[in-house]
Design a protein around this ligand. Sequence first.
Ligand SMILES: [Zn+2]
Length: 308
Amino acid sequence: MSLNRSNFFLILFFYLSLFSNLSLSDNQFLIGNHLNILEEIRKASYSIKGEKPTRINYSKLAESHRSYSDIITDGSDEIFIQARTAFQVVYSSSEIMIDSGMDEAIHNYFGFGRIEPYWQSKNNEIQKALKQASLIVITHEHADHIAGVLNSNIANHISNKTILTQAQAKTLISNPQMPEIKLDPEDLDKYLLVDYDKLMPLAPGIVLIKSPGHTDGHQMIYVSLESEKEYLFIGDIAWSIENIKQLKLRPEKTRQRINEDPKSLMNQMVWIKDLMDEQNIIIIPSHDNKLIEEYAMKGIIYEGLKIN
Ligand SMILES: [Zn+2]
């Protein structure tokens, strides 16, 4: 499979013609509707014909060191290593990137005055992978996920294959997390701007799932491999898998700092837990270092990006 800009629009056309009648309820993550959503997602993942992806790679470019008390309600003082990551979905002859890394200046902003680990070589690897990717999709419009595109010195080569949702674009234009990632409305047409209701097939085996709550433009990304293994990239709905296992949100002070919608997040977390416990779907939060290393050790995902 190879995806380029015109194929992408062809895919969008198929999507619009096949799924325009898709009728998930407004509260799609509510209990009672869990299996319906999953069925719609699985159906959507087959709607774009072609070979499915074969594996998932990741790169960790930085770490932030927090305590569980910053991550989860009633969390302990134990250190939580927050990995900063980008993922690569690998097809036989192309790749799609999920998130884009960030430059060191942006990383330092997240240190709140402390210097924390940052690996320039890993961010360089991510930049190369972005350059060769067919498509780039962003879980949400925070700098640690999107600055690798917006602030890149090859932005002109990669923006036209970067998918931005209307909600993401709106935040980046009118209320960006920091001035460094502010988007000029005149630059919008440099991106692949999409809008969808509940979910949108992106490529064979890949479906975007709208999930506002952490940010307005947050989305989950479902990936089904050739091997039938199913993955759900949950972005920053939860920073740790413990949030999902214990169904506990971030602490209130963290939630307020981010300005999150706790009700939507909890509905999403209950759904995610159900998929994890009952459907054996592999849940990938962007930042859970311990879990990501565990997955890598078990061969569920692979460290290091494929660079041609
Ligand atoms: Zn993040």
